[in-house]
Design a protein around this ligand. Structure first.
Ligand code: HAM
Length: 412
């Protein structure tokens, strides 16, 4: 019986793989221009890392983590996100001793056991960045600008939504009041939200069910509970965004699904891909480093879902054209191998046609592959220009390569 891929997992190949690589390369280029350094993080972490950072009561930890015991009896999880690992690495490698602040980026697979649908998978890929050690909301503005630059470079339109969650203390007071309010309107909430009142009441605020949306309309607002300092920071961030001419909408219901956030949170949302419209999201997490055993360190970051960017990417990624095809002829096999290797060294995309068969069938394949030139190896090598149909015989392979290189540099 044929074995199929596991539900929620994908093969990314052909044009899609090119899009994937193009997005990652573009992001890497932009992030490096902002002077971020790459960090390559493990796929597996101690399960308690996510419980203590993402949060015990969150959907991710409660329902979505791939967890198992390894052969040494360690309880581990496939990473559902990158921030927790980046913070662990920051602390474990004492990066805080190596400079006053740090800017890191990462890319790779994340795993969440969610219900698969368009734009939502159980293995998906993120490209994300984190800044450690900077308190000023200038950093928030610069991070948002970097994400915006990436989306602009990819010609992807998205609405920026921002909010502030304040500090843990004021949020605690707010949650208490919110709980009282929700308990009063409990009858009108969906079943999931009924249970969320006790476990994670903030999540009720961004529930998509109509009845829930309706019943929280007059709910108390977090902003009324925030300390002066948070409101000031938020105000400054908005001013910076205006300076940078980045449009945004304030969404007081934006709470995010991870517990570590403080103050700024933001999401870039597209209306073009249905329910899973959030393509990049992040915020501040000023307590997390300390909470995980490091020195008090303000921090912030974001991550974008590569698959969602791929759905929205309309551009065809630039691609190196196939320049040469060399059909194999039995008596010239070693020459063909050597010539192909030489052309590749000269940076020409070259296909050695390893198929056996008639010349006619080889030419058919050559046409299909769409190379600009075909080289036939006889006693004397011959170059055929597939666009003009011109054929030319050379004394030696070296002569042919010289002419070919001249022609390809002229046309490129
Ligand atoms: P997140 O909102 O959980 O945040 O995920 C960030 C992005 O990853 C989402 O906006 C979405 O584009 C993509 N994503 C999430 N789940 C899936 C899925 N199942 N299938 C496809 N794409 C998905 C975080 O992960 C935080 N670590 C972001 C952050 C970094 N905050 C601070 N620093």
């Amino acid at each position: 019986m044929e074995i199929k891929k596991v539900r929620g997992f994908q093969d990314i190949y052909g044009k899609e793989a090119k899009k994937y690589r193009y997005i990652v390369d573009t992001a890497r280029n932009i992030f490096e221009n902002y002077n971020f350094e790459e960090i390559i993080l493990p796929y597996i972490e101690d399960i308690s890392l996510f419980i203590r950072s993402v949060g015990e009561a969150t959907d991710i930890v409660q329902k979505e983590m791939y967890t198992f015991e390894d052969k040494g009896g360690r309880k581990v999880a496939l990473r559902p996100e990158g921030t927790a690992s980046a913070v662990r690495a920051f602390i474990e490698n004492k990066l805080y001793t190596k400079g006053s602040y740090h800017k890191l980026f990462y890319e790779g697979a994340m795993f969440r056991y969610e219900r698969p649908q368009a734009g939502r998978y159980r293995q998906f890929h993120q490209i994300g960045a984190e800044i450690f050690g900077v308190e000023t909301p200038l950093a928030d503005a610069e991070l948002i600008k970097m994400v915006k630059d990436l989306l602009d470079r990819l010609s992807i339109n998205a609405r920026l939504e921002i909010n502030t969650l304040g500090d843990f203390e004021s949020r605690k007071r707010y949650i208490q009041t919110l709980k009282e309010y929700l308990n009063k309107t409990k009858e009108n909430l969906c079943d999931v939200c009924k249970t969320r009142i006790d476990t994670n009441p903030l999540r009720v605020l961004d529930c998509k069910v109509k009845a829930c949306k309706q019943s929280i309309k007059d709910a108390p607002k977090l902003i009324d509970f925030l300390p002066e300092e948070s409101l000031k920071r938020y105000q400054r961030l908005k001013e910076y965004l205006k300076e940078l001419k980045i449009e945004f909408v304030e969404n007081p219901r934006l709470v995010r699904g991870l517990d570590y956030y403080t103050d700024t949170v933001f999401e870039f949302v597209s209306d073009e891909i249905g329910a899973q419209g959030t393509i990049a999201a992040g915020g501040r997490y000023d307590n997390l480093v300390e909470q995980l055993g490091g020195p008090p360190t303000p921090a912030l970051g974001f991550a974008a879902g590569i698959e969602r960017l791929m759905i929205l990417l309309k551009q065809t990624p630039p691609e190196k054209q196939l320049t040469v095809i060399i059909p194999m002829i039995q008596e010239f096999e070693p020459q063909a191998l050597k010539l192909a290797s030489l052309l590749r060294k000269k940076d020409l995309r070259t296909e050695l046609l390893l198929k056996t068969g008639s010349l006619k069938s080889k030419m058919k394949t050559a046409n299909k592959l769409g190379a600009k030139y075909v080289i036939f190896l006889h006693e004397k090598p011959e170059l055929k220009d597939m666009e003009t149909g011109e054929q030319e015989i050379f004394q030696t392979e070296e002569d042919l390569v010289d002419v070919l290189l001249k022609r390809t540099t002229q046309t490129s």
